[in-house]
Every structure is written in C-alpha cells, then in structure tokens.
Design a protein. Structure first.
Length: 55
C-alpha cells in the first residue's frame, strides 16, 4: 500500500532542501494558496497516478 497523507495547506515544519524552503517562503510571502501531501517515495509514473487518485 502506498502512503498518501491528508491534504495540507501550510508549509512543512522542516525542509528537505534550501530550494524547498525558498518555494514555500515565496508562496507564503506572495499569498499564493497551495495544497500538498506527504507520500512514500514515488519512483514510477504509476506511483504518481496513485498519489493523484487519492487526493
């Protein structure tokens, strides 16, 4: 089974990279709404399709 979290509308508490931090800071500063989910690592297109279907 592939893990997909509930939809979240705020930035994560910690970041994987400086780029990820910059993106979330920019979205927040520009007041651009976003949705995100945490998932298991998506390795194939089939994994991405499964993530999309669980939204």
């Amino acid at each position: 089974m592939f893990f997909v979290s509930d939809i979240m509308k705020k930035a994560p508490d910690s970041y994987i990279s400086h780029l990820q931090e910059t993106v979330y800071e920019s979205l927040t500063k520009l007041q651009i709404p976003f949705e995100r989910v945490n998932t298991d690592e998506a390795i194939s297109m089939e994994d991405c399709i499964e993530i999309n279907h669980r939204r």
